[in-house]
Unconditional design. Sequence first.
Length: 105
Amino acid sequence: MDSETTPLIRSSASGKWATVSKASSGSNPKPPYPLAARRLGVEGVVTLEVLVRPDGTPAEVRVRTSSGSPLLDDSARDTVRSRWRFIPARRGEVPVESRVTFPIR
């Protein structure tokens, strides 16, 4: 693999290099906009860090950078934890555990 053209990460399980996990965005729902945040006109972007299992399910979801609103952060974190699935990182043809970080508006 050429690290210039193929994105690589270190697998958290083994410390070896693997291709990057990606969210399969077509099937992942947007977090619901909390009614209280909508009424208050609160907006923001939260950055989440997800530990992705080899089967593509989230093992851990952490807020890396807050949107500034616990309502928005909680909605994004809870939705990703309970309803999102990822394309797992791979070492060769074998899916491996990895971390991925991304923003949600």
